[in-house]
Design a protein around this ligand. Structure first.
Ligand SMILES: Nc1ncnc2c1ncn2[C@@H]1O[C@H](COP(=O)(O)OP(=O)(O)OP(=O)(O)O)[C@@H](O)[C@H]1O
Ligand SMILES: [Mg+2]
Length: 390
């Protein structure tokens, strides 16, 4: 049975997506105004029922991924990475919330529609490869095309051979998975994932079981897929994978950290990033606006996300310019104000900030050594003991 899934309810979806814009704190990609996301998660919750009671593995995840992006999702063991990926692949279903992929709401599909849809639209790569052991690498690669009835019979074999060649396995096509190395198994799994030329590739720890040399080979394959315009979502513990991605999302205890916060303060613990994500309030200042006239109500933390913040002296001469990504503590701000300096929004465009109140920030700092180190390095920039990794 073939279903024209891609056109399903596109208009409704677009309208609903527009309404959601202001409700999805993690959808911070600046391209969101012009591009339609290829994957959109709307307030996804997943509760597992265990003997010990209910366990919330995902606590309301919202995010948008755009065509051609290479997104990595990082987080500690047990943070919810695989659960999140399983929601996108439909291997598991959310307890609540919606997932929209390339115009299709996944919950609108029956199981059989879903299997066929997945076969055509998603290429999935697992940590432990999951090739069928009794089939050769060639047969494993042909299987998804057979399942979705893609391409003619002779084309399927030609295509499988060329995919296996692309991943360096042209001399191993007739081997069983058990007779090749684990790196070769993973390369074959990537060839299989590409069999139906899906627009989206998702991978759960694709290098987790490989030595660093083979992992590099797999990463180069992923880079090439991104260059071809595929959307790639990879869950990983591996810094090397995350560094190659165009976006990195951090998941902590079933929640996504605010992407701008993890980008600007990557050195603090994931738990601290999440606390700050909960506490931070966005503020926009218009060009030329002066802020923090009153030293009693300074924020504990200021993060400059967009625009330029200028430091002016009493005569209103510009002394310095702070760029996007600048972080200031209340002490940093107070030091300026006490000598008569002013903080002024740059005159070219509005300034967008995230502010954490002094009380909230002090509570977070009290329980986080990584935040204590950050504050120390911001308050004492010349103290060498305050520098270094967190
Ligand atoms: N089927 C299940 N039933 C009950 N709890 C589960 C189930 N699957 C996962 N969990 C729990 O949900 C949480 C998230 O699990 P998940 O597998 O998504 O973590 P992860 O980030 O992928 O970890 P890892 O890096 O170790 O693969 C964990 O606490 C896990 O124990
Ligand atoms: Mg996992």
């Amino acid at each position: 049975m073939r279903v024209p899934l891609r056109s399903l309810k596109k208009k409704n979806i677009r309208e609903e997506s527009k309404q959601k814009d202001s409700l999805t704190p993690n959808s911070v990609d600046p391209s969101s105004d012009i591009l339609q996301p290829i994957i959109e998660m709307q307030d996804i919750k997943k509760i597992y029922k265990t003997h010990a009671g209910e366990f919330p593995a995902l606590k309301g995840v919202s995010a948008r991924f755009y065509p051609g992006q290479f997104v990595s999702i990082i987080g500690k063991s047990g943070s919810g990475k695989s659960t999140l990926l399983n929601m996108i692949t439909g291997i598991d279903r959310p307890t609540s919330g919606k997932i929209l992929i390339d115009g299709t709401y996944l919950q609108d599909l029956t199981e059989s529609q879903f299997s066929e849809w997945r076969g055509r639209n998603l290429g999935i790569v697992f940590q432990f490869f999951q090739l069928l052991p009794m089939l050769s690498l060639l047969e494993n690669t042909i299987l998804p095309m057979d399942f979705c009835e893609m391409y003619s019979q002779p084309e399927r074999e030609t295509r499988a051979r060329s995919l296996l060649k692309m991943v360096g396995l042209e001399d191993f096509t007739d081997q069983l998975p058990s007779s090749v190395s684990s790196g070769q198994e993973q390369c074959a799994a990537i060839a299989r994932a590409l069999a139906n030329d899906p627009p989206i590739i998702v991978a759960d720890e694709p290098t987790g079981n490989l030595d660093s040399k083979t992992a590099e080979l797999v990463l180069q394959l992923i880079d090439n897929l991104v260059k071809q315009g595929k959307t790639v979502v990879v869950v990983t513990h591996d810094e090397a994978v995350a560094q190659r991605a165009s976006r990195t999302l951090v998941i902590c205890d079933g929640e996504l950290v605010d992407e701008e916060i993890s980008k600007v303060i990557p050195t603090i613990s994931h738990r601290s990033m999440l606390n700050i994500s909960h506490q931070a309030i966005q503020v926009v200042k218009q060009p030329g606006e002066v802020f923090f006239a009153d030293t009693d109500t300074l924020p504990g933390l200021l993060i400059l996300l967009d625009g330029e913040l200028e430091i002016h002296n009493k005569a209103d001469t510009k002394l310095a310019k702070k760029k996007t990504g600048t972080i200031m503590t209340s002490k940093n701000i107070r030091d300026h104000l006490q000598i008569g300096h002013k903080l002024v929004a740059g005159k070219h465009k509005p300034v967008r900030l995230k502010l954490v109140s002094e009380e909230d920030f002090q509570n977070s700092v009290a329980s986080s050594r990584s935040l204590q180190r950050l504050v120390n390095s911001l308050n004492n920039p010349s103290d060498p003991s305050s520098q270094g990794s967190n």
